[in-house]
Design a protein around this ligand. Sequence first.
Ligand code: 6LW
Length: 499
Amino acid sequence: MKIQNPIIPGFYPDPSICRAGEDYYIVTSSFGYFPGIPIWHSKDLVHWQQIGHCLTKESQLQLEGAKISEGVWAPTIRYHQGRFYMVTTNETKCGHFYVWTEDPAGEWSEPIYVDQSGIDPSLFFEDDKVYFSSTGTEEGIGIYQCEIDIETGKKLTDTKLIWKGTGGKFTEAPHLYKVGDYYYLMCAEGGTEYGHTEVIARSKSPYGPFESCPYNPILTHRSSGRSIQSTGHADLVQASDGSWWAVFLGVRPVSYPYRHHIGRETFIAPVHWTEDGWPIIGNQGTVELEENAPNLPVAKWKQATSRDDFNEKQLQACWAFLRSEEQTEWSLSEKDSTLMLAGSSDRLDSRGYPAFIGRRQQHHSCEVTVSMAYEPQQDDEAGLTVFMDDKHHYDLALTKVNGQTQFILRRQVGSLIDEKLSEPIDGTNVELRIEATPTDYHFYYRVAGKQWTLLGDGEARLLSTEVAGGFTGVFIAMYNYSRNKTKAYYDWFEYEAKE
Ligand code: 6LW
């Protein structure tokens, strides 16, 4: 059996993993999207299924005014004495906090805050001690650590700088482990771009001094021509069969010079220990799209159907809102098997609460089609957006201009905006389609029962991280802009992978 990488494709970066018996859980970053911190479950490390999110309430996640790449960053998940802990940073609002639960698919606790500056927090449990480490800058960029009371989050010791890394930029994303006689401190280094690496050090004390691994970096694809790039930000887990594994982020650029638009994705690779006691990820620090699977009983999940008919009581776990669910007026029950999304007067390029319900683009080649009933008033528009961030998106929508109902294709790249209108159309039941190839998007519409018409195209590279900046990847979302709260009714949404 083989593992297909990425195990979690699309914009799911900064993975952290833990094991509870025969069950494995991964969490990833979610930035300005709500709910926050998606959580995944596997029993064989090969097949992964999203079981929900850790932050589902406004009391756990406030994102008011957050840029798309702000919000919650780089979580760590740990299992200790029957409880799961997920620690992260709300970069925009309140710093580090953790939540806990006994059921990772259920509700998580209210946040418990930790007063230590920086990003990328991690927890390490040993006997009755809980070490809290994170990336800080007080005495230069490095890893800072204290001990906390896990019930209250209160610091029990002063924060100390414990390691500055091997000399690369941005030593960050620390995780502390105890294996044999040593405490191992593993970190990302080199920045999350194409110089990304993972490095490790060890000590007989959790506070160091740390001895750097002679084989560092233990994971990197920097300066290589490999199809996976930017590998780093890793976390280790020992499987129930004794084997060791690392999850980490990577990107799959589609062109040279490198550009990638579907975000940093989650990968997995085996870890081998050297005779002198150092873990090396993959094959001497390199990893493949296909890796040998562990020797665990195969556990496949029911394949999610590509089409969402909106006939359940709750939204499926893949969907997310911009900044807030509460501020969005939507319903699955107003009409049978239909998603109602009421218009918001905040446009997609505002920092407010646009009416937006979307999912990640997880494949370079895919086709998204929706069926929508909508009667726009003057300047209203509802449809689909290919959304990298508030200033980089392509929107295909039904609108009304000068009394005529028409489709609009708007492409915004920074401050450049291009708009194109279709011929006036007759009808309010329509279908919209986006065809994505690795390099382009093609935008089609039709009035129900009629022929498809191509309205225009857009280059994928103009929505890439290299153009837009930030830490996120492309979403494909239903949206609705209206000063009159005009309602759009989405009958179904189909996402078909073409790879
Ligand atoms: C993450 C940090 C990073 O917290 O990017 O470049 C941040 N490094 O490790 C967001 O993913």
